[in-house]
Design a protein around this ligand. Structure first.
Ligand SMILES: [Zn+2]
Length: 219
């Protein structure tokens, strides 16, 4: 129902206001070729081994840089609610997964807290995961729920972020991850603490391996 509403709403907007590019504000479409090509990707992205007990690796399509095209597009998706950016952004994740020859059983979006979900109306990580799952032929399952709501990670100092997300995630009822390789999907990894907290819950529930894929990571 919500997605029908968004479709109709977008249709209305496109009729009344011609679409402008989220990158450069020129008329013509949501994302022009110039802006698409301006996204700076990290060479041939591979899963990087990270210093973590639970997280087996992370694939970041780009380095997060304020003001750069990837950051602008992620902002437009999350805060201007341009949900139609999910397919082109998801394509970056698909390319990354393909290059890295990703092997997985299931994709799991990093969940939003219910309160933030209600505010935004959608989970951007879930939109991205759906785009990837459809293309690479993997199921997308909401395995986790976020039980704490404190502050958005971007608003916190580095040392506060870990404490903010520790034990913030819990497995949903009636999901089974025993022996599975789970790939977490998110838009931005500010630190790895969110992905680690998710991985911790999944490993505790029996997942064999847990990886993360993100559009952008702060290094
Ligand atoms: Zn543009």
């Amino acid at each position: 129902m919500k997605s029908l509403f968004l479709t109709l709403w977008n249709l209305f907007l496109e009729t009344v206001f011609p679409a402008i590019c989220c990158g450069c504000r020129r008329e013509g479409g949501l994302l022009c070729d110039d802006c698409l090509n301006a996204v700076q990707l990290r060479g041939s992205a591979l899963f990087e081994v990270v210093d973590s007990e639970c997280l087996d690796g992370v694939l970041a399509c780009s380095e997060y840089q304020e003001g750069q095209m990837m950051a602008k597009l992620i902002y437009a998706l999350k805060y201007d609610f341009v949900v139609d950016l999910a397919p082109p952004l998801g394509q970056f994740l698909i390319d990354g997964c393909t290059n890295a020859e990703m092997v997985a059983d299931v994709l799991c979006p990093v969940p939003l807290h219910a309160k933030r979900f209600r505010w935004r109306g959608f989970n951007q990580a879930e939109l991205l995961a759906n785009v990837v799952g459809q293309e690479v032929g993997l199921p997308v399952e909401n395995l986790l729920k976020r039980i704490h709501f404190k502050k958005a990670q971007m608003e916190l100092r580095k040392e506060e972020r870990k404490a903010n997300v520790e034990k913030a995630f819990r497995m949903r009822e009636n999901v089974d991850v025993v022996g599975k390789t789970v790939v977490l999907v998110d838009d931005v990894a500010t630190t790895l603490s969110t992905l680690e907290a998710c991985a911790s819950a999944l490993k505790e529930a029996g997942a064999q391996r847990v990886y993360g894929i993100v559009l952008a990571r702060v290094y």
